[in-house]
Write a protein that binds this ligand. Structure first.
Ligand SMILES: Nc1ncnc2c1ncn2[C@@H]1O[C@H](COP(=O)(O)OP(=O)(O)OP(=O)(O)O)[C@@H](O)[C@H]1O
Ligand SMILES: [Mg+2]
Length: 356
């Protein structure tokens, strides 16, 4: 029998409940790093989760249960995340105080930054380290507030699927964690992680490896599907196919590509607008590179459009870049195809029991 001095921290099931697809990622941690243990994706019909609100909990639960069955998941403890309107993530400045002091006063300090009743949200915070380590009167604090009703909504779906919700995260931080284990950053380098999902786009800027800015915008892959449905008078399945570049009889490829390009412009202009906002609030700092993820980022020409209009080099994220994938257990083509959708799930699977 093997002998281990320290028991391994228990890894969690990363369950990304997206409005377009549910993604499950499980990792194991060995001496040489992380290894993929389980990975599965189930697409959701568009009416089950609308703009981040679970409309049909029963069916979402049954999809999660199917996925757990299919992957023979035995563990129970899961990490999931929330995003969109109900989540506020802000870097704020406060007078220097200890963590204990801030714990006492955060509710009062946070009130002015939160557009909801302070009693309707759960608040968490993290004191950010100063890069230069100089003493000063003010400190940067990362403030996170999530509407209680959103937490209840997602927690009950997770629990009714037979899992316990051990860690709740927000999409922005899961992306940062995913990035942290896979990519190197140079000192002071500014990187934008942009995840384009089905209904939400998450823009997340990190400087020298730490949080600088985040924003969720309510636009994503669904916008393409809906527009294609309307313009060509086709059903949801046909529109989804066309969006993915498959031939659909009713759809003229040239007209389709015009529509897709117009929507690409729209998405890209939202990204650029957020970058501009970031620049005005950060001494005009330039973004060095963009890492794109999310299924919505797989639309034709989006990468080149973003690169052209932002003037920043764009790369598709590979959330499995430094994760060992046993070839005998996984279909590598499937993994390659689904990798952009797995960014949040990988970030979640990196969380450990006892994390806050
Ligand atoms: N090959 C492809 N080409 C274009 N779009 C694609 C492709 N594959 C998936 N998509 C789109 O990606 C979206 C799903 O991506 P993802 O799983 O990242 O979103 P989600 O996490 O479920 O959504 P959200 O984060 O907004 O709740 C859907 O809109 C889907 O149509
Ligand atoms: Mg998502």
């Amino acid at each position: 029998m093997g002998f281990s001095l320290f028991s391994q921290p228990k890894s969690l099931i990363g369950l990304d409940i997206g409005s377009g697809a549910i993604k499950l990622v499980q990792l194991s941690k060995g001496n040489s790093g992380y290894k993929l243990k389980r990975f599965g994706v189930r697409t959701l019909e568009s009416e089950l989760i609308v703009d981040g609100t679970i409309m049909d909990a029963e069916r979402v639960i049954s999809v999660i249960k199917d996925l757990l069955d299919e992957l023979s998941v035995k563990e129970k403890e899961a990490a999931f995340s929330v995003s969109g309107h109900s989540v506020i993530v802000k870097k704020i400045q406060l007078p220097v105080m200890t963590e204990e002091e801030l714990d006492e006063s955060i509710k009062w300090e946070a009130e002015q930054y939160i557009p909801f009743d302070i009693n309707d949200v759960n608040i968490d915070f993290h004191i950010l380290e100063e890069e230069d380590g100089e003493a000063r009167d003010q400190m940067d604090v990362l403030l996170v507030a999530v509407k209680k009703e959103k937490l209840t909504e997602y927690t009950s779906v997770v629990n009714e699927s037979g899992l316990s919700s051990a860690v709740v995260d927000v999409d922005a931080f899961t992306l940062e964690n995913m990035f942290g284990i896979n990519y190197e950053v140079m000192e002071g380098e500014i990187i934008a992680l942009v995840d384009i999902g089905a209904s939400v786009m998450n823009i997340n800027i990190i400087k020298g490896g730490t949080f600088a800015f985040t924003r969720d915008i309510s636009i994503g892959g669904n916008r393409y599907t809906e527009t294609i449905q309307r313009e060509f008078n086709v059903n949801y399945e046909q529109a989804e196919k066309a969006k993915r570049g498959e031939d659909v009889e009713e759809i003229d490829p040239e007209m389709l590509s015009n529509i897709v390009n117009l929507l690409n412009d729209k998405i890209v202009s939202e990204v650029v607008r957020s970058f501009d906002y970031f620049k005005t609030t950060s001494n005009n700092e330039e973004i060095d590179r963009i890492l794109l993820s999310g299924g919505g980022a797989k639309v034709a020409n989006l990468v080149s459009c973003l690169e052209e209009k932002s003037g920043v080099p764009v790369e598709m994220v590979n959330p499995f870049k430094r994760i060992e994938i046993p070839e005998t257990q996984f279909d590598l083509d499937f993994i390659r195809e689904m990798a952009p959708l797995a960014s949040v799930g990988v970030g979640l699977a990196l969380r450990e029991v006892g994390d806050r």
